[in-house]
Ligand binder design. Structure first.
Ligand SMILES: CC(C)(COP(=O)(O)OP(=O)(O)OC[C@H]1O[C@@H](n2cnc3c(N)ncnc32)[C@H](O)[C@@H]1OP(=O)(O)O)[C@@H](O)C(=O)NCCC(=O)NCCS
Length: 196
């Protein structure tokens, strides 16, 4: 399945069941004890900044962004990010990260934080956080905490991370350049064939 046959859409409620299955498959029951999950369970994620990858009319990948405070900065937590096994290594994960980071920054996010594998995320613009700069509400492996500031000169991403209520803001799907977006409306009209 070439990457050109994948389309990227803003997430909506019709994708929820498929996303739940993808995350169960990727992370298993252990996902609920992860530090980032502690934050995500405090409130809803931001649909406007969350995306799915669709191939063959099915949801094959997902990334979600959740609004958080990073100290005094209104930022976002990226994750979970997951791609179905048959669609791995096609660049879908990278594209989901790129799209969501771009959408967050365009919409005034102060920066995007995640807990993940540095070798995967560092080439995508994420940097490790020096010890003691960012604190999570629960235990976390600080070597896996990475941030991408939306302003390259912004070094203010520091302090305690906590969930925050989000202002939905403008409709970013209207301003994003998403490969294959022309086909996206047809995909949206047929959710029963989207693997749900
Ligand atoms: C991680 C994941 C989202 C990557 O999605 P993907 O669409 O296969 O990734 P891409 O095609 O964009 O990139 C593939 C490259 O990333 C590498 N890669 C994949 N997972 C990696 C990881 N955890 N650490 C480092 N590199 C990784 C692959 O080896 C491949 O390298 P190459 O381009 O040099 O061959 C997917 O493997 C997945 O769903 N994994 C299970 C859930 C998970 O671990 N989520 C991320 C939490 S850190």
């Amino acid at each position: 399945m070439p990457q050109s046959h994948t389309v990227y859409l803003n997430e909506d409620a019709a994708h929820d069941a498929a996303i739940r299955l993808i995350n169960e498959e990727a992370f298993g029951p252990g996902r609920f004890v992860r530090a980032a999950e502690r934050l995500r369970e405090q409130g809803p994620h931001c649909r406007e900044l969350s995306f799915v990858a669709m191939a063959e009319r099915k949801v094959v990948g997902s990334v979600r962004l959740t609004p958080v405070w990073i100290g005094a900065i209104a930022g976002h937590l990226l994750g979970p990010l997951a791609v179905r096994p048959d669609y791995k290594n096609l660049g879908i994960g990278r594209e989901l990260v790129r799209i969501s980071l771009e959408a967050a920054c365009r919409n005034g996010s102060g920066g995007v934080l995640l807990v993940g594998d540095p070798p995967y995320y560092q080439p995508l613009g994420f940097k490790p956080v020096p010890a003691g700069v960012i604190a999570f509400p629960g235990p976390v492996d600080l070597r896996r905490v990475l941030v991408a500031g939306c302003d390259p000169t912004d070094a203010r991403l520091a302090g305690l991370v906590s969930w925050r209520a989000d202002d939905p803001g403008p409709d970013v799907s209207a301003t994003l350049t998403i490969p294959g977006a022309a086909e996206s409306q047809e995909e949206r009209r047929q959710p029963e064939e989207a693997g749900e």
